[in-house]
Design a protein around this ligand. Structure first.
Ligand code: GUN
Length: 298
């Protein structure tokens, strides 16, 4: 293996430590803790694990965590009422409604109900538009975490060619916007792109967020490329095993022979998402309370 391994777990731990310092300073200045509300509808086991982890890390960072659980058969109106109450609550700086929602709820409508200044997921049309037009706003946590890892590894990204594989509103599109803002030459590829291997071979930076296990192979890569793997896919269990292995969208074994640097799965991008969520919530708290925070401090 020749690639350097990008340790997202360690980077996220350092980020959380910096957040804790600023959260304590915020509490002294504002006379209250920064607050993050997380709403979970139903009892999807993966979502429950994720929400528990968010709550724990919020408290460890010295922020207030407000958890709201609604039953799977709650009405959409009940959820919209809760979002309206959180919008109006001065103790709540950031609101996250855990996705996916049950099928009888309209995600677009629910996201649109969140106050854009508390939208720490960066999912509202207002924040997507702010990002697309270069205005300050909240950026979705996973792509912002990927950008932090890329800048830490590569420094200035200007002039680099970047290929983002995946066009979701949560990762692919905002990732492309962020790289464009850094003056990269950006291509957005996806599952229907013709000759994807050829497109990827031109890239100094590859961000894979397509949701297909081990799709990107080592021989697709430009030697020395920096590879960020957003995928988390569980393979079918091998004989006798209770659970299958977790793998990314990149074939790590072959890619790590060619790439200059690569994120592992798990332990790469995954741990960054919650750390960036805490960062966004703390930025929201400073704005909402009118407390200054130096640009780029966290
Ligand atoms: N479900 C899985 N990841 C996320 C996330 O980052 N935000 C929200 N709201 N739901 C999710």
């Amino acid at each position: 293996m020749s690639a350097a391994i990008i340790d997202g777990k360690a980077f996220a731990a350092e980020l959380r430590a910096r957040i804790a310092v600023h959260a304590a300073a915020f509490e002294r200045a504002a006379g209250r803790k920064a607050g993050l509300a997380v709403v979970l509808v139903g009892s999807d086991p993966a979502s429950e694990v994720y929400v528990r982890s968010k709550g724990k890390q919020t408290i460890e960072a010295g922020m207030a965590s407000f958890e709201h659980k609604l039953p799977a058969d709650a009405t959409e109106d009940a959820l919209l009422d809760l979002v309206a109450r959180l919008n109006a609550d001065p103790a709540v700086d950031g609101i996250l409604v855990q996705l996916p929602l049950p099928a009888h709820m309209d995600e677009t409508k629910v996201i649109a109900a969140i106050d854009p200044d508390k939208d720490v997921d960066g999912f509202t049309v207002v924040n997507a538009g702010r990002l697309a037009t270069g205005l300050d706003g909240f950026v979705p946590c996973t792509p912002l975490g990927c950008l932090m890892l890329l800048k830490d590894r590569l420094g200035d990204l200007a002039g680099k060619t970047a290929v983002v594989i995946g066009r979701s509103n949560i990762v692919g599109k905002p990732m492309a916007q962020l790289l464009l803002k850094e003056s990269c030459t950006v291509t957005i590829a996806h599952s229907r792109t013709a000759d994807l291997a050829r497109v990827v071979r031109g890239a100094d930076i590859v961000v894979a967020a397509v949701g297909r296990p081990e799709m990107v192979k080592g021989d697709w890569l430009k030697p020395g490329a920096c590879v960020i793997d957003v995928g988390i896919n569980r393979l079918p269990p091998a004989d006798g095993a209770a659970k299958g292995r977790l793998v990314g969208d990149v074939d790590f074994a072959s890619a790590s022979q060619v790439a200059g640097a690569i994120t592992p799965v798990p332990g790469g991008v995954g741990p960054m998402t919650i750390a960036v969520l805490l960062r966004n919530a703390l930025v929201a708290a400073h704005r909402n309370a009118g407390v200054a925070l130096a640009a780029g401090a966290i």
